[in-house]
Design a protein around this ligand. Structure first.
Ligand SMILES: [Fe+2]
Ligand SMILES: [Fe+2]
Length: 434
C-alpha cells in the first residue's frame, strides 16, 4: 500500500492533469519502447505528443503498425497504464515505477509463437483479464463493422485486418483467451461475440494444422466475416429471444449469399474469405445450403469455418437454450455423420484437445475442474490439460484459486470423466474463475 501511494505521488508530480483525468485509478509504468505491444494503453509520452503521429496523449495501441509508429516517433520515454491495457510480464518494482526489463515481451512481439518457452508464466487471473480486454475490444470493433455494413454495404477491411492481427497475438500470449470470449456473451451481441469466437477458433485451428502466418490471418478473417450477411437481417430476428419460425429461417438462410455479395463488391477481399462466407453452411454430404455442395467441392476454408461455427453455436448459452459443455459438444458433433469433413474434424479435435478450454471435468480426487488451457509442455498429452479446480464433490464446497497442470510429473490428479454442465447448473461456474 505504501509503495502504491508513493507510486501515485510520483505520477501526480509528473503530470497531475493527465493522471487524474482518466476518471479511474491509473497504474502508470515506464517501459522500454521495444516492450510495446498491441493491447497496451499509452498513459503518458515524454516529449510532445502533438509532434507524434497520434496527436493524442493517451490511447489504446491497436496494432503492430501503431507500435512501430510509436517506436519511431522520436519520443524520449513512454508510460503505459496497466489499469487500461496490457502490462509487461514483470510486476512493478516495490519502490515505484521504473523501467521494467522483460525480454520475453519483445520476443512475443517479434515472434509470438516463441513466447511460451521464453517467458515467465503469467498468473491465470491476470492472463484472463488481459485476454478479456482484447476480446471485448474485438467485439466492439465487430459491432462497428456490422453496423457500418448495415448502412454502407461495405466493410472497413483495414480495421478488420488489424483486429484479426491483434487477436492472433492475444491468442498466442494468452492461451485462455477462448475462455474470455466464452464469458463475455450477452443477449444482444451474440452475433458479434460469435464472430470473434469463430475467428479465434479458426486461428487456433489453423495454427494447430501447421498453417503459416499468412494463412492463419486469412482463417481469422474468414471466421470474423463469415456471418457478415447477417448485417442485412433485421435486429428483431437476429436477437429474437426464442427459436426462429420456419419463415424466419428461410430469410436467415439468405445470409451467406448476402454476405458474399457485400464482400465481393470490395476488391480487397481474399478469395478464401469469400468462399468461407458463401459456403460455411454447406455440409460434407451435400445436404447443406445454399447450393448443396458436396465433399471436397466445398472450399477448405468453408469446411473449417463450418466446424468452428457449429462448435461455437452449440457451446453458447442463448436465452432459449443452455450451451453444451465443450467436451460434450465435440463428442456429439463427432456423431453427426455427413455434416463435417471427417479428416478436418479429427484435426480440429486434435487442435483444441479432447477436453477443450472451458470444459467441465471430474478429477480422480472427486473435484470438479474447468479446463483453462492446453498443457504447458508441448509434448504433453491433450488429455492432461491445465485445469482450475472449482468444487469439491466430497465436501460440497467451493475451491477457489487452485490451478493444476495435470501433465506435470508431480501432479497426482487426473481427469476421470467429462461432466454435464446442466447437472451442475446450480453452481456459478463463472464465479470460480473470476
Ligand atoms: Fe452463418
Ligand atoms: Fe456463424
Amino acid at each position: 500500500m505504501v509503495s502504491e501511494c508513493l507510486f501515485l505521488r510520483l505520477s501526480v508530480s509528473i503530470d497531475a492533469d493527465e493522471v487524474w483525468s482518466f476518471g479511474g485509478a491509473p497504474m502508470l509504468k515506464k517501459i522500454k519502447f521495444e516492450q510495446l505491444i498491441p493491447g497496451m494503453y499509452v498513459g503518458r509520452m515524454e516529449g510532445s505528443w502533438l509532434k507524434n503521429p497520434f496527436w493524442r496523449p493517451r490511447f489504446l495501441i491497436r496494432s503492430s503498425e501503431e507500435v512501430q509508429a510509436l517506436r519511431t516517433a522520436g519520443l524520449k520515454g513512454i508510460w503505459i497504464d496497466t489499469a487500461r491495457g496490457l502490462d509487461v510480464a514483470e510486476p512493478a518494482h516495490a519502490d515505484g515505477p521504473r523501467e521494467a526489463v522483460q525480454p520475453s515481451t519483445t520476443v512475443a512481439a517479434a515472434d509470438p509463437g516463441r513466447r511460451e518457452s521464453s517467458s515467465l508464466p503469467m498468473p491465470f487471473e491476470r492472463e484472463l483479464e488481459e485476454a478479456s480486454k482484447v476480446c471485448l475490444h474485438a467485439k466492439d470493433v465487430v459491432a462497428d463493422i456490422f453496423s457500418n455494413a448495415r448502412i454502407t454495404e461495405t466493410v472497413d477491411m483495414r480495421t478488420a485486418t488489424q483486429i484479426v492481427s491483434d487477436m492472433s497475438l492475444t491468442l498466442t500470449r494468452h492461451p485462455s483467451a477462448l475462455l474470455s470470449v466464452a464469458r463475455m456473451r450477452s443477449v444482444d451481441d451474440y452475433t458479434y461475440v460469435h464472430s470473434v469466437a469463430v475467428a479465434c477458433l479458426m486461428m487456433a485451428f489453423a495454427r494447430g494444422v501447421g498453417f503459416d502466418e499468412e494463412q492463419i490471418g486469412r482463417c481469422g478473417m474468414a471466421g470474423l466475416l463469415h456471418d457478415l450477411g447477417k448485417a442485412r437481417i433485421s435486429l428483431e430476428i437476429l436477437n429474437k429471444p426464442a427459436e426462429l419460425s420456419e419463415a424466419e429461417w428461410i430469410y436467415m438462410r439468405e445470409h451467406p449469399a448476402m454476405g458474399y455479395e457485400m464482400l465481393h463488391s470490395q476488391d480487397a477481399t481474399d478469395a478464401g474469405v469469400l468462399d468461407a462466407c458463401l459456403r460455411h453452411h454447406e455440409k460434407f454430404d451435400g445436404s447443406g445450403y445454399p447450393d448443396r455442395m458436396k465433399g471436397e467441392d466445398i472450399p477448405m476454408l468453408a469446411r473449417m469455418v463450418s466446424i468452428c461455427d457449429v462448435y461455437d453455436a452449440v457451446t453458447s448459452d442463448r436465452i432459449y437454450k443452455k450451451g453444451w459443455d465443450p467436451a460434450d459438444a465435440l463428442h456429439r458433433m463427432a456423431g453427426w455423420t455427413g455434416h463435417f469433413d471427417p479428416v478436418l474434424f479429427k484435426a480440429f479435435v486434435r487442435t483444441i484437445g479432447v477436453y477443450p478450454i472451458g470444459s467441465l471435468v471430474r478429477l480422480a480426487s472427486q473435484r470438479l475442474a474447468i479446463v483453462i488451457k492446453r498443457p504447458q509442455l508441448a509434448s504433453a498429452s491433450a488429455v492432461n490439460p491445465c485445469v482450475r479446480v472449482v468444487y469439491s464433490i466430497r465436501t460440497r464446497s467451493y475451491a477457489h484459486g487452485i490451478t493444476l497442470d495435470l501433465a506435470q510429473n508431480d501432479c497426482d490428479d487426473h481427469i476421470v470423466a467429462r461432466e454435464d454442465r446442466a447437472a451442475w447448473a446450480h453452481l456459478d461456474m463463472d464465479a470460480f474463475i473470476s
